[in-house]
Design a protein around this ligand. Structure first.
Ligand SMILES: Cc1cc2nc3c(=O)[nH]c(=O)nc-3n(C[C@H](O)[C@H](O)[C@H](O)COP(=O)(O)O)c2cc1C
Length: 187
């Protein structure tokens, strides 16, 4: 049975660089691995009342099930104001509740951050890691993956046009795969 890896993209934007990276990464998965994007488009903002009063929106249930169904997590995130975009933080929050029933617990994770700027979303990358420590998601430490000046590495159709970025990303995916192989029985 192949391992399923859920990709969580920290952007809803139609022409998102992060989405383009996610699609490129899907094409880099080796045999025995299936990478799929977990859609965050319709995920409602977390409100604890919904869980406390048994009025959970359908989007929470579908999202929680989609995380339970994967063996590992690949986060591909841009940075908003030196931190995690709210869409990703919201997904972490929704998946973490009800208390004691977090869907993240023990799932291995990998973080790739990117930016059209020079700093490659370092702040988002590390704020995300901070949350993942609390959520008990063991995160690949090395290689760290920061993709700077990302607009220069992609064409409009989303193809990677920079060979060095393409090679770096393939090596990062290979390392992620080795990381995921270390974990069994997470779904
Ligand atoms: C609200 C907001 C805050 C942003 N803050 C940062 C930031 O702190 N660091 C950074 O490198 N880029 C920042 N940007 C620019 C994003 O990197 C850029 O919009 C990028 O294309 C977003 O990722 P996406 O292409 O995957 O949607 C910000 C953009 C928005 C909309």
């Amino acid at each position: 049975m192949s391992k399923k890896i859920g990709i969580l993209v920290g952007s809803l934007r139609k022409n998102s660089f992060s989405k383009k990276i996610a699609n490129a990464v899907i094409g880099m998965a080796p045999e025995g691995f299936e990478f799929e994007i977990i859609n965050l488009d319709g995920l409602e903002v977390y409100n604890q009342d919904f869980d406390d009063h048994d009025q959970v929106p359908e989007s929470y249930g579908l999202f929680r099930d989609s995380i339970r169904a994967v063996d590992g997590l690949l986060f591909i995130t841009p940075e908003y104001n030196r931190s995690i975009p709210s869409v990703l933080k919201n997904a972490l929050d929704v998946g973490s509740r009800p208390y004691g029933k977090s869907v993240w617990d023990g799932k291995p994770g990998v973080v790739f951050s990117n930016s059209p700027g020079n700093l490659a979303a370092f702040g988002a990358n590390h704020h995300l890691r901070q949350c993942l420590v609390f959520l008990n998601v063991p995160v690949m430490q090395q290689p760290e993956v920061y993709l700077s000046n990302i607009a220069n590495a992609l064409d409009d159709a989303g193809h990677l046009t920079d060979d060095s970025v393409k090679k770096f990303l393939q090596k990062a995916v290979d390392s992620a795969v080795e990381w995921f192989k270390k974990f069994d029985g997470t779904r």
